[in-house]
Every structure is written in structure tokens, then in C-alpha cells.
Ligand binder design. Structure first.
Ligand SMILES: CC(C)(COP(=O)(O)OP(=O)(O)OC[C@H]1O[C@@H](n2cnc3c(N)ncnc32)[C@H](O)[C@@H]1OP(=O)(O)O)[C@@H](O)C(=O)NCCC(=O)NCCS
Length: 183
């Protein structure tokens, strides 16, 4: 939970009941154009995604006064040698961007990835001109690793994307001295 400019942002797991709000979120132009989603997505597509979750996918949503304003998906890779790695994708409703929602979602995702899933590397792709998203990711410790040329099509033009990643040491061993409050 984060308070910013007198707004309380709650983050929780996505539910099947969020289907209409999630479909609506991706009718917002920035939300679909700056991700890999398509315009004109059906409610049925989101119902399927929510109804058939995989053990390796964690779908979070942010709400303000009970209204869904953003989402974040964290997926752990399943191939054995990539099991320490997770991938993140996210979007905030256009009218809620720049108000701390993305930060609240990212904070919750990192808490889950670092302290409960034990992931050591998180990666994501972001369009090279998406300054707000790049600023958010840098703020949370992601670094640019490289450029993918003509990675995706967006509104009639190919667009480059950046690979960004955040690496951490990993969970402490049981012998580590920890404050009780950390447990
Ligand atoms: C990118 C996105 C997820 C960020 O979420 P958000 O709620 O808008 O971000 P926040 O308000 O938490 O701001 C995060 C940081 O971005 C930066 N930022 C905010 N507004 C900005 C702007 N207009 N330009 C550049 N950077 C900006 C700031 O560093 C801010 O951190 P600070 O408030 O602590 O200084 C959101 O804007 C979004 O969904 N955009 C459309 C879809 C998208 O781009 N998804 C990501 C695909 S990789």
C-alpha cells in the first residue's frame, strides 16, 4: 500500500472478477500501444488469461478506492537453468499514469520476487522511447543491457526496444543474522 498525493493505492492478486476492468484498461491507447497487447481485445481473451493461471505466473492489480487502475504480470521461467529468472510486464490506465501506481505495483512485485520466490534476475523489454517506463525501471534498479532493433510493430512503424534487467544476490542462508522483524 502506498500513499501519494493523498491517494491510497492498494495492490492485490488479480481475480476472475477483474475481467471487465482489465479489458477496459487495455482499451486505453497508451496501455496497449506501449506494451505488446493489441487494440480491440475481447473480454473472453482476458477471462481465459485470468481463469487459467499457471503456477509460474503472478498477476497483480492496483486499485484506488476499489477501482482497478493498473496491472503487472510476473512470470518465472520454467526451464531448469532459467528458474532463477522472472519476467515483468505492466500497464497503468492512461488517466492514472504518473501518479505512483506503477511504482506501487513494482514495489509489490519486487517484494514477491526477492523475498518469496527467491528470484535473482528480473528482466523486461521496454520500447526505447518510453521514457516514463524506463525512469520507473531505473528507479527500481533495472539496468539497460541492450537494444533489439525493430522489435515490434506499433501503430504502423517498427520500434526498437531495450532489454533491462535487475540482479540481486538472492535469499540469505539460515545462518545469516537477521533482525526478528525481517522474518
Ligand atoms: C510505464 C508505466 C507502467 C509507469 O507507471 P506510472 O504509474 O505512470 O509511474 P509512476 O507514477 O509510479 O512513476 C514512476 C517514475 O516514472 C518517472 N516519471 C513519471 N512521470 C514521468 C514522465 N512524464 N516522464 C518521464 N518520467 C516520468 C518518475 O521517475 C517516477 O518516479 P517518481 O515519481 O518517484 O519520481 C505507466 O506509465 C504505463 O502503464 N504506461 C503505458 C504502458 C507502458 O508503458 N507499460 C510498460 C511497458 S514496458
Amino acid at each position: 500500500m502506498r500513499k501519494a498525493k493523498r491517494i491510497t493505492i492498494d495492490v492485490r492478486a488479480a481475480e476472475v472478477a477483474d475481467v471487465d476492468a482489465l479489458t477496459r484498461l487495455f482499451t486505453h491507447r497508451n496501455a496497449y500501444a506501449q506494451t505488446l497487447q493489441l487494440p480491440l481485445q475481447s473480454t473472453e481473451l482476458w477471462r481465459k488469461r485470468l481463469a487459467e493461471p499457471s503456477d509460474n505466473h503472478h498477476a497483480l492489480v492496483a486499485t484506488v478506492n476499489g477501482e482497478l487502475v493498473g496491472n503487472l504480470g510476473l512470470t518465472r521461467f520454467t526451464r531448469p537453468r532459467r528458474a532463477h529468472v522472472g519476467e515483468i510486464g505492466m500497464a497503468v490506465r492512461d488517466d492514472w499514469q504518473g501518479k505512483g501506481v506503477g511504482s506501487a505495483l513494482m514495489k509489490a512485485a519486487l517484494e514477491l520476487a526477492d523475498n518469496w520466490l527467491g528470484l535473482r534476475r528480473l528482466e523486461l523489454n521496454v520500447y526505447a522511447d518510453n521514457e516514463r517506463a524506463i525512469a520507473l525501471y531505473r528507479k527500481f534498479g533495472f539496468e539497460i543491457e541492450g537494444t533489439h532493433r525493430a522489435y515490434s510493430i506499433r501503430n504502423g512503424a517498427y520500434v526498437d526496444s531495450l532489454s533491462m534487467a535487475r540482479l540481486i544476490e538472492g535469499p540469505r542462508m539460515p545462518t545469516d543474522k537477521r533482525r526478528k522483524s525481517d522474518r
